[in-house]
Design a protein around this ligand. Structure first.
Ligand SMILES: [Zn+2]
Length: 155
């Protein structure tokens, strides 16, 4: 739920689960941080939508396998690495952090589009990984590792 603390969201998801028939899908609007999505899936939520991947992408924040990157930072001025070395998206295959930073600082709209593209790819991969782990019966382990790894909510 938008703006509520994660603990209250979890409590409300559990409450709603008690009244929705078990064969009906669960939708959680505005749940967008990767760690919150993994938590909600563990509580039975099936569907999400959120502006975070594109809104944050347009302002230069990338979700990566090793945490968030604020690409406008001077530390990336000469960084030839992709946003995320583990990512196979178009942005990561073709552009360096330094180039993306340059695009942002030059006011090029392409900058926000390229980081948004990467972020959507990151979320698509996250959901694919969640589905694979549910199918193979390893979601609990995946969830535990994700909670230790993801910390996108904090600055
Ligand atoms: Zn990427």
């Amino acid at each position: 739920m938008i703006g509520e603390p994660p603990s209250l969201t979890a409590e409300m998801v559990d409450e709603v689960n008690e009244v929705i028939p078990p064969n009906k899908p669960r939708y959680l609007m505005g749940c967008g941080y990767p760690e919150d999505i993994v938590e909600a899936v563990g509580r039975g939520v099936d569907l999400f939508d959120c502006v975070l991947p594109t809104r944050n992408g347009r302002t230069g924040m990338a979700f990566t396998s090793h945490g968030k990157i604020i690409i406008k930072g001077s530390r990336y001025a000469a960084d030839k690495a992709p946003l995320d070395k583990k990512c196979a998206c178009y942005t990561c295959r073709n552009f360096s952090r330094a180039y993306l930073r340059h695009l942002f600082n030059a006011g090029e709209a392409l900058a926000g589009r390229l980081v948004s593209y990467h972020n959507i790819y990151f979320y698509t991969k996250l959901m694919s990984d969640i589905r694979k782990h549910i199918s193979s019966g390893t979601f609990a382990t995946f969830s535990k590792k994700s909670k230790q790894k993801f910390d996108f909510r904090n600055p």
